[in-house]
Design a protein around this ligand. Structure first.
Ligand code: PBG
Length: 317
């Protein structure tokens, strides 16, 4: 690649985003015999980074962490962008596609209690910080007495706020802690993914690029991880059906079992009082259909009144 302009990778500037960009670069270097000098990591600020004082739900979740980066891709200022798959909207801007998925990290959430406290040991009414409606709903389902308050900021700043006593506990994705090498030092309670379901896409990193850019597609296609792509295809199809219909908490879980994909999807009311879950199993090749089928079944099962009461509550990552 010597003599060519560097491959420009767009990313947000959080520590987690930079760790993800480094991971992508390392995989591309290994696959193609490239060096760091062949890449330029372009750090970009997004609306999601700048708006810290309001719940994401109020701001409107879709594309909040990706819009500026996608505009730079479309303008040709970037060759590719790296995102947490969880933050990527189901409908991409015209002209962009997800050209690769990296091997998925752990999908589970971790409860981090002040002083190492576990969820079951929290006092009545304890204040828990989370900006995620999905986590709020599942937490309240287990512990309706808890007081869930909005809690924004990147992973290290949330951990600092917890330590400072702003809240008694918080929930984070284990994947993020691992990528920041914080999983060993942060005493957390790893929650079983069956009992406390992850967000669609949680723990996966995806690469976005221009649909017509064959050179970039070939470059990143070499590191595309087929099992992760299959799981994400089911989860994003599930989300795509529900996104247009509701703004309630949404959780999903895919497991690969030989040639089969076992998909579970769940919708809840934000207070956790009602929840519907649906499982669909079928060939990996039908991943999208499994996710869609689960979503349609849930829409039918939950009924219009399930969604009506929560029209003002937006989905949050
Ligand atoms: N909503 C922000 C966000 N997007 C991706 C991750 C974590 C890493 C991942 O799920 O891949 C996080 C932080 C968190 O939920 O703890």
């Amino acid at each position: 690649m010597t003599g060519r302009r560097p491959i420009r990778i767009g990313t947000r500037g959080s520590q987690l985003a930079l760790a993800q960009a480094s991971e992508l670069r390392a995989r591309l270097m290994a696959a193609h015999g490239l060096t760091e000098a062949d890449f330029a990591i372009e750090v970009m600020s997004t609306a999601g980074d700048r708006i810290q004082d309001r719940p994401l739900a109020e701001v409107g979740g879709k594309g909040l962490f990706t819009f500026e980066i996608e505009a730079a891709l479309l303008d040709g200022r970037l060759d590719l962008a790296v995102h947490s798959a969880k933050d990527v909207a189901t409908v991409l801007p015209e002209g962009l596609h997800l050209s690769a998925f990296l091997p998925r990290e752990d999908v589970r959430d971790v409860f981090i209690g002040r002083g190492g406290r576990r969820l079951a040991d929290l006092p009545q009414g304890a204040r828990i910080g989370s900006a995620s409606l999905r986590r709020q709903a599942q937490l309240l389902r287990l512990r309706p007495d808890l007081d869930v308050v909005n809690f924004r900021g990147n992973v290290p700043s949330r951990l600092r706020k917890l330590e400072a006593g702003e809240v008694e506990g918080t929930l984070l994705a284990l994947a993020g802690l691992k990528r920041l090498a914080l999983d060993a030092s942060v005493a957390g309670e790893i929650l079983d993914a069956e009992d406390f379901m992850p967000a669609p896409g949680q723990g996966a990193i995806c690469v976005e690029s221009r649909s017509g850019d064959a050179a970039t597609a070939a470059l990143v296609g070499a590191i595309d991880h087929a099992p992760t792509r299959a799981m994400l295809t089911a989860e994003r199809a599930f989300l795509a059906v529900l996104d247009g219909s509701c703004r309630t908490p949404i959780a999903a879980l895919s497991r690969l079992d030989g040639a089969d994909l076992r998909f579970s999807g769940m919708i809840l009311t934000p207070d956790g009082a009602r929840a519907h879950r649906r499982n669909e199993t079928g060939p990996v090749a039908e991943a999208a259909r499994l996710g869609e089928a689960a979503a349609k079944a849930l829409l039918a099962e939950a009924g219009a009144d399930f969604f009506a009461g929560w029209a003002g509550a937006h989905r949050r990552p």
